[in-house]
Structures are given as structure tokens and as C-alpha cells.
Design a protein around this ligand. Structure first.
Ligand code: P6P
Length: 323
């Protein structure tokens, strides 16, 4: 069970430095956290500052960009550029990775991010989030940009910030999963739980059943199973919110392949991989159906993947039917 930290007042920076083994990875996490504090402030004032809505541009995914997508991406880049150990930054909002410094200049890590996932929900005040993934820069100087194309099992840290009724940072490292809450009066992420651990089963499933007719027969069979076995349905339509609920309460979040989207909608490198890493570090699982998300060998930065993440037994219930 996670330990709720009530007796101490511990900031993100203090907790990261107490984990001596993290080394300069702590600086990378703090740079990401700084960007998310700035993003949170923008989101809270979005309608006041008239930054709600779309701009006349589509991103590399062919999706209409929201004003806050661009602002968030710029904030993450500015914070990472100031961090001496970040080599390269790859974002959902940019076609190619931004090389900031190579190994010979101290660039030890590659950071990937969906800087503002679910941003189309902001105009109706639904929770949104920033998702991040950190990989070691394993490339020689001339090929630094290629450091972003590694399987998810190589991640050294991953997590998300949920901009909801409170602003939460969930951080997974090799030492487990910790949760922080942003105290706006201090401007600090405060540690509220360590060692998050998921239940191995929970009768909650999270999927957009509007696409039922586009699901394969195995997944349709799974839905018949849950409809007849006392499961509850929860679907917010914002990945960070749906995944966070699944992490804390258990169950399974599914964004599968469909006839119209044969590899699914969500992206492997900065959505599937980080969320699967968080789940596995909390004792859960992340599958594409036939295999583990973290074992997928990426071919392209923006490739999509089916995502089935959550409690181990619930992920298995889905995976065995669609493998
Ligand atoms: P659908 C938000 O647009 C998003 O990228 C994820 O945050 C979310 O899980 C998914 O798309 C929702 O997609 O097709 O159910 O609207």
C-alpha cells in the first residue's frame, strides 16, 4: 500500500535528492516539473487570457492544434533547454526531435512528451495532462536525435501531471511510483504518497464504446463479458485522467486498434510507453494485446499503438481475447 506522507513536508526536489541513485536525473525531473507548473498557471487562466481554442494549424498528426498545445510545448522546451543533462526533446507537437546538446556536451537523457494531452477538453473544463518519458541518451554525438527511438523498457523515468481538481504529479522511476500535489501557495509539488501499488484486479473498464462496431470480435466478446459480470464503466475521454483513476482504483483502460485506426489512436513513444512504465512500476501491466507495450521496438517517433493498461488480471482478461 502507498504510504501517505502526512508527518513530513517534503518537496519534489528534496525527495529526488534524497534518492542519491537518481543523480542528474533529478535535475531533468525538476525541469519537467517547472514546465508543468507554468502550464498549470496557463490552464487555470485560459478563458480569462483568451487562450482557449484552436489555432489555424495542424500538427504532425494532422490534428488541429490548440493554442495551449503550442504554449505548453514551448514551455517544456524552454525548461529542458536550461537543464544541462538533456540531450534531445521530442514532442507530439513537433515533427522532428530538438537536439539540445550531445553526449560530449553532457547530454545524458532524451525526453519525450505529450505536453498537453486531451487539450480539446479544456474549453469544457475537463481534466487534461502532461505526459513525459525519459530515456538514456545512448547515441554518439552525430546521432543524438536517434536516442528517442528506443523501446519503452529502456525508460529511466516516466510519469504525468494531471491538471484537475488539484494538480498532481505522478512519477515512476526504478524505485517505484510516487505522487505529489502542487501547493499553489508555495509553488511546490509536495510528496503525498510513495510506493503506489495497484490492486491486481478491479471490475472497472474504461473504453469508448461508441466504436463498438469497429472493434475486433475478441474485444466485442470482452465487452459482452464485462456487461454480464458486474463491471462498472468509467470513461472521461482524457487519457491522463482515465489512467490516473485506473492507477489509484484499479481496473483497465483500453484504447484499442479499430478497423478505422488499425494501430489505435494513442502514440507509443510519449503516451503508451510512459503510461505502461508507470503501471508496471506500480505492479500493474501494459499490453498491446499480443505483447507488452514496453517491448515494442519503435520504427517512427509518432507511431501509434493499441493501449491496454491497468490491473494485471484485468489487462490479461482483455489481452487473451484480442492477442
Ligand atoms: P476518443 C484526447 O483527445 C486523447 O488523445 C486522449 O487523451 C484520450 O484518451 C483519447 O484521445 C480519447 O479519444 O476517440 O475516445 O475521443
Amino acid at each position: 500500500m502507498s504510504k501517505v506522507m502526512t508527518e513530513n513536508l517534503t518537496t519534489l526536489g528534496v525527495h529526488l535528492r534524497n534518492d542519491r541513485q537518481l543523480g542528474d536525473l533529478a535535475d531533468v525531473i525538476e525541469a519537467i516539473a517547472l514546465a508543468t507548473k507554468a502550464i498549470a498557471a496557463k490552464i487555470q487562466r485560459a478563458r480569462i487570457d483568451d487562450v482557449i481554442g484552436a489555432i489555424d494549424n495542424v500538427n504532425v498528426q494532422g490534428e488541429v492544434q490548440q493554442k495551449l498545445d503550442v504554449l505548453s510545448d514551448e514551455l517544456v522546451l524552454r525548461c529542458l533547454r536550461a537543464c544541462p543533462s538533456v540531450a534531445v526533446y521530442a514532442s507530439e507537437e513537433q515533427e522532428a526531435p530538438a537536439v539540445l546538446r550531445d553526449q560530449s556536451q553532457g547530454g545524458a537523457y532524451a525526453v519525450l512528451s505529450d505536453p498537453l494531452d486531451g487539450s480539446s477538453n479544456i474549453d469544457v473544463a475537463v481534466s487534461v495532462g502532461t505526459i513525459f518519458s525519459v530515456l538514456p541518451n545512448d547515441q554518439p554525438d552525430a546521432s543524438t536525435a536517434d536516442a528517442v527511438l528506443q523501446p519503452g523498457r529502456n525508460q529511466v523515468a516516466a510519469g504525468y501531471v494531471l491538471y484537475g481538481s488539484s494538480v498532481l504529479l505522478v512519477l515512476a522511476t526504478k524505485h517505484g511510483v510516487d505522487m505529489y500535489v502542487l501547493d499553489p501557495s508555495l509553488g511546490e509539488f509536495l510528496l503525498v504518497a510513495t510506493g503506489l501499488s495497484m490492486p491486481t484486479e478491479k471490475k472497472i473498464y474504461s473504453i469508448n464504446e461508441a466504436y463498438l462496431n469497429d472493434f475486433d470480435a475478441g474485444l466485442q466478446g470482452y465487452l459482452e463479458y464485462v456487461h454480464g459480470n458486474g463491471y462498472g464503466a468509467r470513461y472521461i475521454g482524457s487519457m491522463v485522467a482515465d489512467v490516473h483513476r485506473t492507477l489509484l482504483k484499479g481496473g483497465v483502460f483500453i484504447y484499442p486498434a479499430t478497423t478505422k485506426a488499425p494501430k489505435g489512436k494513442l502514440r507509443l513513444m510519449y503516451e503508451g510507453n510512459p503510461m505502461a512504465y508507470v503501471m508496471e512500476q506500480a505492479g500493474g501491466a501494459g499490453s498491446i494485446g499480443a505483447s507488452r507495450i514496453l517491448d515494442v521496438m519503435p520504427e517512427q517517433l509518432h507511431e501509434r499503438t493499441p493501449v491496454i493498461v491497468g490491473s494485471t488480471l484485468e489487462v490479461e482478461q482483455v489481452s487473451k481475447r484480442i492477442a
